[in-house]
Design a protein around this ligand. Structure first.
Ligand SMILES: Cc1cc2nc3c(=O)[nH]c(=O)nc-3n(C[C@H](O)[C@H](O)[C@H](O)COP(=O)(O)O)c2cc1C
Length: 204
């Protein structure tokens, strides 16, 4: 599904399809991170489950599966706890998401042995979640700007469970719904990336 074909405010939601030097999967090209979400929209539970299943089936180092998730639907106490942890602009826009998913890395196993790739594996799981959700017509916006200690305390997490990101999921809305001019400008700005050649340290 392209952003143009979403049923709510279709013409108002920007299309931000990536420009690539070779074709990539449409879901990857069309995924982007909005800040404007339909605040009244409850999450489609089947799509949420599918996104979490995609995360569950992501690869991980030695199949150690260190990714854990705190899932909080809008209106729940957990959602309010997570919303209160958001910092800066995140606190302004993210409360209209339908769901927050806190990405938590289990950084040590049951014997206390460090899991070196835990955060890498968590990121990969959330990448899979993002792609599945976008494929299913949801939008996703990951955030690093939050108070880690507030999440630790609010959800009684032990040292071995490290909150790394908060991901907002929901249905994208018109940029007009954003409460701030700066946010509206950012919502309409084109997506940019470094040239591919800049990423290739070696390409023999
Ligand atoms: C680990 C991580 C942390 C991020 N933190 C924030 C954040 O705190 N606030 C925010 O608005 N966006 C945040 N983002 C979103 C990025 O800014 C966004 O993915 C990037 O600008 C590329 O835009 P695109 O996803 O639309 O392609 C974060 C993304 C990642 C992966």
């Amino acid at each position: 599904m392209t952003t143009e074909t979403l049923t709510n405010s279709p013409s108002a939601i920007p299309a931000k399809t990536a420009e690539t030097s070779a074709p990539i999967h449409p879901t990857l090209a069309e995924r982007w991170s909005p800040r404007s979400f339909e605040a009244a929209q409850p999450i489609d539970e089947a799509k949420l489950t599918a996104a979490l299943e995609a995360a569950r089936w992501a690869p991980s180092a030695a199949n150690s599966q260190p990714a854990r998730f705190i899932v909080a639907r809008r209106g729940s106490d957990a959602f309010a706890t997570i919303a209160a942890s958001l910092m800066g602009f995140n606190a302004v826009w993210a409360g209209s998401a339908s769901v927050f998913v806190v990405g938590v890395a289990e950084v040590a196993d049951a014997d206390g042995k460090p899991r070196r790739w835990a955060e890498y594996d968590l990121g990969q799981a959330l990448a899979h979640l993002s792609v599945q959700a976008h494929h299913d017509g949801l939008h996703v916006h990951q955030m690093g700007g939050f108070d880690v200690d507030a999440i630790r305390t609010g959800f009684s997490l032990p040292e071995s469970l490290v909150p790394v990101t908060i991901t907002a999921l929901g249905t994208a809305a018109s940029p007009d719904a954003l409460p701030d001019d700066t946010l509206r400008t950012r919502e309409l700005a084109p997506r940019t990336r470094l040239p591919l050649a800049d990423l290739l340290l070696t390409n023999e």
